[in-house]
Design a protein around this ligand. Structure first.
Ligand code: TIU
Length: 227
């Protein structure tokens, strides 16, 4: 079934069967007090605001039978998969990866802060990709999982727009996936960074992909259901 969503730079068309909803790093470390995001010096209000519209999209995607994949940024407890450069910069910024925080060790797999917020809790049949970097394809089995499932298009959501979301869209684009970014289901700590990343996605005729929002996607899914 082909679904058409109003988007920039022109409508985005996708087949339900070959499309996945990708939810990037909706972890407490980026959306809850005392986490990595806040320790880096950021206000987490904007990343928290994404949760409500994303919940609606997740619900609609599950109902439509769309494949759903979640990612988490983080490292092994012994930090052996964390480049020294990344570690040093995080420490310099006062958000040392592996440091103790109110939600456990910052950005460490298995810790409370590293996990996905309750509102967007993955179902057992939804893969969780644990990634050591900003891009979801780097040193993960995401590409293998997508190809095995016959996925060609990605509806991309999560945080932060200009860091992990944008890196992932660029990686996906180079691998031949068509990406639709949902503007209100992604956020940066600074609205200017978000705005720039959104524009960068669809400029030059959709150089990396398309941009739409949750309302437009929900409308398209509802219309497709009726047809
Ligand atoms: N710092 C920042 O904006 N983001 C990250 O470090 N990771 C993600 O974007 N997930």
């Amino acid at each position: 079934m082909t679904i058409k969503v109003e988007a920039l730079p022109y409508p985005f068309e996708f087949e339900l069967e070959s499309t996945a909803l990708l939810i990037i790093d909706m972890q407490r470390d980026f959306c809850a007090p005392g986490g990595f995001g806040e320790k880096l010096g950021n206000d987490i209000t904007l990343t928290r605001k994404v949760i409500a519209p994303l919940q609606k999209v997740l619900e609609a995607a599950r109902e439509a039978g769309m494949y759903v994949i979640h990612t988490r940024e983080g490292h092994r407890p012994d930090l052996s998969d964390c480049p020294a450069t990344k570690l040093n910069r995080s420490r310099r910024q006062g958000a040392g990866i592996g440091d103790e925080g109110p939600m456990g060790r910052i950005l460490i797999r298995g810790e409370y802060g590293h996990d996905i917020v309750d509102e967007l809790k993955p179902l057992p049949n939804e893969p969780i990709i644990d990634k050591p970097g900003k891009g979801s394809f780097y040193q993960t089995d995401l590409d293998l999982i997508l190809r095995n499932k016959g996925i060609k298009s990605l509806i991309v959501t999560g945080v932060t727009t200009h860091v992990c979301v944008h890196t992932t869209i660029r990686e996906a684009n180079d691998r031949g996936y068509e990406c639709l970014l949902l503007e209100d289901c992604s956020a940066a700590f600074d609205p200017e960074d978000h705005k720039a990343a959104v524009r960068m996605t669809y400029q030059q005729g959709g150089i990396f992909g398309w941009v739409s929002d949750s309302e437009k996607l929900l409308k398209a899914l509802k219309e497709a259901k009726k047809a």
